[in-house]
Design a protein around this ligand. Sequence first.
Ligand code: COA
Length: 235
Amino acid sequence: MPGDSQQINRLADGRRFVARRHRQLKAAGRRAAGEAIHRTWELIGLYGAVGPDTVRGRRFGRFGAGSVICFPPNTIFNEHYIHIGAGTMIGPQVTLSAGMMPGQQCLTDPVVRIGDRCLIGKGSGIVGHLGIEIGDDVWTGHHVYITDQNHGYEDVTRPISQQTMPERAVTIGSGSWLGYGTVVLPGARIGRHVTVGANSVVTGELPDFCVAVGSPAKVVRHYTNGEGWQRTDLV
Ligand SMILES: CC(C)(COP(=O)(O)OP(=O)(O)OC[C@H]1O[C@@H](n2cnc3c(N)ncnc32)[C@H](O)[C@@H]1OP(=O)(O)O)[C@@H](O)C(=O)NCCC(=O)NCCS
């Protein structure tokens, strides 16, 4: 009967309309929920950041004006041995520590010193025991690791983890830049205005005004007054 088929078509149209509306509402709900999550995350980042006037910022030996540790931080302890200059930004998920464990009394103070206007990349670690000194205007890429302590391994009858931990101070001169993934090992002394290539491992001394790359990092370019920048292998 024609009347019956018209009624069936109308019912099918109705079902399609309801299903479409349902899908639209679900998509709108997902968009709204997604946006709410992002806005909440931004607010958490804003209010979770550590600044000089926050409770956590005041735990540091020094926390200069305009400096910030972005949220979320990674492991941070013995902050009173850590000095941060002014206008410095420490990225999120950065580890900053002095000594082996919270509450430990360190031999030096400050143990870690970071200068003014520095930028420490996301996911980096600055793990000091004796002395890590980072000058002013030092920028690093993500996932840079700087430490001044090794583990002794000489005694083969004891686990390495239980042997002495020889420390050698580390310095990084003002105006330098460490590329992504750089590792700075105990005893490293990086001069001023030094570029360290991505994924390099710095073990020794790098003079002022040079570019060093590789593992161990070797100088590939250096600057002299009059000559400007020159490739080291062409000199
Ligand atoms: C070091 C760097 C800055 C380039 O400096 P540059 O003076 O222009 O050096 P060049 O590109 O001329 O390279 C010189 C030599 O070093 C090598 N080199 C460059 N970067 C290197 C690295 N990271 N590791 C190993 N070797 C590297 C080059 O291959 C070249 O070798 P060759 O002479 O045998 O061909 C760049 O390669 C780099 O590593 N940048 C880091 C980028 C980064 O991490 N950004 C994060 C944002 S903060």
